[in-house]
Design a protein. Sequence first.
Length: 214
Amino acid sequence: MLPASAREKFKAYEPYQITKPDPTNKADAAICAHPEAWQQFQAVAGRAIDGIKIYLHLKKNLSHSAFDSITSLTDPEKKEIDNQGPKFMAWFEKLYLQPEVNQTDAWQPERLEYQFNCAVPNGEGGEKVLSAEEYYQRRLDWYSFDWDKSRSSLGTSDQEILPKPVEKKYTTQSFIPTPVRFNGMPDTRWWAFEDGRPISEISSLGPQSWQSYY
């Protein structure tokens, strides 16, 4: 987004800076209590620009520019930054889905867990709604969701284009379950020994062959 000649000027602009967390500051306790988050802040503080601060500044008012209050920029630099502003906002909003202003938080403090819904294309031009009623694990996986059959959509934006329906193919296979037994197999019951019968393949081994067999 930024021209190379303007990057250091943005880094020097205090409102866009990333500051190092202070473990003695109560406001930074949540960051310092998480070693990985603390290391990340330590690595980028003073070396990178806080992109979310630029995004929020541009989002607050469409007339804003990312270089507002940075007086050391040249006119060509300002023009290039203005051209990249809408692209930066579009990239951010595509990469990070932001909840609507009137939506509530997914965190349920009285239960110490999250509760949320999402939707995925169902292959027929519509959506399949997935619901996570009790999510408290660290990793989000497929088993965290249940298919909410009471809803067919979460209200997808009209501007979003869903994938075209695809033809479903079904394969039916028939079989008859049959128990299998063979010499030397483990017993099907717990805490029981094998059937005790010798394996025919090793019954013909001679005295000198046992060492090589084992």
